[in-house]
Design a protein around this ligand. Structure first.
Ligand SMILES: Cc1cc2nc3c(=O)[nH]c(=O)nc-3n(C[C@H](O)[C@H](O)[C@H](O)COP(=O)(O)O)c2cc1C
Length: 409
């Protein structure tokens, strides 16, 4: 298991939501990432889950009231505020969100948030009306504007039995957000080029051939690499999702435009992550005017496009690191290995796109990282941002390995 939070202290504040019991699972997931977790419950939080559960789970004392041992509070609150690599409030009640936005300090966790300079992650959980209320939304906006990371609640069945938006995000997603805000900075100074999204191959002025890629995987990779300190450029096909933060984005439409922009930037990058689903074929001719409806069948001749990744593999200089994706529906690992070798990649991420709920258009992904040295790392099903972090860990380890080998020579 990878441990991006190894050696880090994370403070988890559990507040008065019916989802407080899921706070135990959040603690577990954050611990799984290597962190030393210190839980603090608000008085309302302690109505829903016992300190005993959390103390047993984390192996650390659990703070409930600031006033239990007043002399201890000063020591604890200052030392935790200084040691914390991140503070995560999960679940965050509407009341908690309001207090955090206003800077109130009537509970240990709220006082700690004011006393620390560690990043803050907030995972709201409440009924849909409370979540949608303008007051809650304004408070969340204030927190966002101050740099807090809001892990959006999901739509689903709520405690009331009604279906709506306000259900606590998955503990795994919250833990991944904590890992992301505690960015390791291990790509500082590294220039990363990412391709993302589909391409569109024009048939006529209004029609095109494309594929189901959403761009989510590429954008998650770009954003995660930037957070780790990389200088990131994304060459992106058409997508409907917001541009990744802190990245330069070059928008393209066709495979040939993508090729031109990637080859132009490739010599200056240290890492290329090719997550775009580039068309393998494009119409041999593009009609100048819209094709008219007719009675007879229509044959469209397709020509193969040029293989961008193979071109980059051929031009790869020592020290450059290439990551490709193999989206397959059969013989996944064998085909991915062929791609790894044929295109001179360092890593190929093999995705079985025939599996329901993962891959194209989905929020989740699953697969394997196959390394040029023969190693095979299973990447279990997870949300794409968490999946991106795992891929970057493989990239960081690979880059370090390359540098070590170069130094030895
Ligand atoms: C059974 C029950 C369930 C509750 N569930 C929620 C909830 O899911 N989300 C929420 O914002 N408030 C919920 N509340 C209300 C909060 O517990 C209340 O606003 C409390 O003051 C929150 O305090 P805290 O944010 O300091 O923990 C619930 C209250 C009760 C009695």
């Amino acid at each position: 298991m990878s441990e991006p939070l190894a050696g880090k202290t994370v403070v988890l504040g559990i507040t008065g939501s019916i989802a407080a019991y899921k706070g135990a699972e959040v603690a577990r997931r954050v611990m799984d990432l290597g962190a030393d977790v210190h839980v603090t419950l608000t008085r309302a939080g302690a109505e829903f889950i016992t300190p005993l559960t959390l103390r047993t789970l984390t192996g650390n004392p659990v703070t409930v009231s600031m006033f239990d041992a007043p002399d201890e509070w000063q020591v604890k609150h200052v030392s935790l505020a200084e040691r914390a690599a991140a503070v995560v409030v999960a679940p965050a009640s509407a009341d908690a969100i309001a207090k955090l936005a206003l800077g109130l300090a009537d509970e240990f966790v709220y006082a700690l948030v004011l006393a620390t300079r560690a990043p803050l992650v907030v995972a709201p959980a409440m009924n849909d009306k409370m979540f949608a209320h303008q007051a809650t939304q304004e408070h969340l906006q204030q927190l966002r504007a101050r740099g807090a990371r809001i892990v959006e609640p999901e739509t689903g069945r709520l405690a009331s039995g009604a279906v709506g938006r306000g259900r606590l995000a998955e503990p795994e997603t919250i833990a991944a957000a904590v890992a992301e805000v505690v960015a390791p900075g291990d790509l500082e100074g590294v220039r990363v080029l990412v391709t993302a999204g589909p391409t569109r191959e024009r048939l006529d002025p209004v029609r095109f051939l494309s594929n189901r890629s959403s761009g989510k995987m590429g954008y998650a990779l770009a954003e995660a690499a930037a957070r780790r300190g990389a200088e990131v450029t994304v060459v992106s096909g058409p997508t409907a999702i917001p541009a990744p933060a802190r990245c330069e984005v070059k928008r393209v439409e066709t495979a040939s435009e993508m090729r031109r922009e990637v080859l132009r930037r490739f010599p200056k990058c240290d890492v290329l992550i090719a997550a775009a689903a580039v068309a393998d074929y494009a119409p041999a001719t593009v009609e100048d005017s819209k094709l008219k409806r007719g009675e007879k069948s229509l044959t469209v001749k397709l020509h193969p496009t040029k293989d961008i990744l193979a071109d980059c593999g051929g031009r790869k200089k020592e020290g450059q690191f290439l990551v490709g994706f193999a989206a397959e529906t059969e013989d996944l690992l064998a085909r991915a290995r062929e791609k790894l070798a044929a295109k001179k990649l360092d890593v190929v991420i093999a995705n079985d796109v025939s599996r329901a709920g993962v891959g194209f258009e989905s929020e989740r992904n699953a697969g394997y990282a196959l390394l040029a040295g023969g190693e095979e790392i299973e990447l279990p099903e997870m949300e794409k941002p968490a999946f991106a972090e795992r891929i970057l860990e493989v990239v960081v380890a690979g880059l370090q390995g390359k540098r070590r080998r170069r130094r030895k020579r």
